[in-house]
Design a protein. Structure first.
Length: 305
């Protein structure tokens, strides 16, 4: 069972409904001779003679999805950034995304290593030279990528039934968001939303047009002020010109943002329209993005009741 720390009843109901989809749909154990041939995100043909029993995940999003697919018992190692669900705190760590401990991975003798976007070709080649199968499920910039990843992971862990149920559910939710955003207040222009990816002396950053975060904001019924940007950088002048109706920022950074010059001069800060959001819900492409959509929709209602 996944453990979720939250006091928001909607969040609990939404996420536990996701999990309940797979409660009774575990596949039977592998039969001898099971074979899978797939093409990964780097267009490499991967062949497995059986469903892997020992998996290492180097992607937080992949780790989360493996739990949803009830394949957590196959996980023998995860990256330092895999911190959801709570059970991951007890798992073997094999380094960060920039400093993967190749030697430790090899010593664990995994059947397969699952990677996302951030791992060098050199590291992949080093693992493969050790006889370890590496499958790349590249992080997509669109939420539809979640559906593709779930389907592929379902094949890998031999739980297609569960994967299909999740794909159907999330696919229907995406269609609902596409067909019904902005929310019922369509006669009004959607409120402008700013997600503060980074701020301060190092510069200001937000979600550009080609990001999954832009999709999250749009599906929630808002207008991302970064939807005209092609990079994550945003000028302070542009931020103040846009003067967003609502600001979202990582929970742990909110107290600093609202007290830092010049951000406290923004109307949204002055009028207490800055809201915390869990970084794990929004920063990576994962099923928890749907929680971010619901959360942002709820806060938008306070501006457009």
């Amino acid at each position: 069972m996944l453990l979720i720390k939250t006091n928001h009843p909607l969040r609990v109901l939404v996420y536990f409904y996701f999990i309940s989809l797979c409660g009774a749909c575990l596949s039977p154990k592998d039969r001898a001779g099971t074979f899978l041939c797939l093409t990964d995100s780097y267009q490499r043909e991967i062949k497995l003679d059986k469903s892997p029993e020992k998996i290492i995940s180097l992607s937080p999003g992949i780790t989360e999805m493996l739990f949803l697919l009830h394949a957590e018992e196959k996980l023998i190692g995860i990256s330092d950034y895999c911190n959801f669900p709570e059970e991951t705190q007890y798992m073997n760590r094999v380094g960060g995304l920039q400093n993967i401990n190749i030697e430790k991975i090899i010593s664990l003798q995994p059947d397969v290593v699952l990677i996302g976007s951030i791992i060098t070709k050199k590291e992949v080649e080093k693992l493969e030279k050790s006889g370890i199968v590496v499958i790349a499920l590249k992080q997509e910039e669109k939420l539809e990528g979640i559906l593709d990843a779930l389907k592929t992971l379902g094949q890998i862990v031999n739980n297609n039934t569960c994967a299909d149920s999740l794909v159907q559910y999330y696919g229907e939710k995406l269609e609902e968001y596409k067909n019904h955003h902005p929310p019922p207040t369509a006669h009004l222009s959607p409120p402008t939303v700013y997600y503060a990816v980074g701020f301060g002396a190092a510069g200001d950053f937000t979600a550009p047009a080609n990001s999954h975060i832009n999709e999250i904001i749009q599906y929630a019924g808002g207008k991302n002020i970064g939807d005209t940007l092609s990079t994550w950088n945003i000028s302070r002048e542009y931020l103040f010109t846009q003067n967003p109706d609502i600001i979202f920022i990582r929970t742990e950074e909110l107290p600093y943002f609202v007290k830092t010059y010049p951000y406290y001069l923004l109307d949204a800060v002055k009028e207490n329209r800055v809201y915390p959001i869990e970084s794990g819900w929004i920063d990576i492409v994962s099923p928890r993005n749907f929680l971010a959509i619901e959360e942002i929709r709820e806060q938008i209602k306070t501006v457009r009741p």
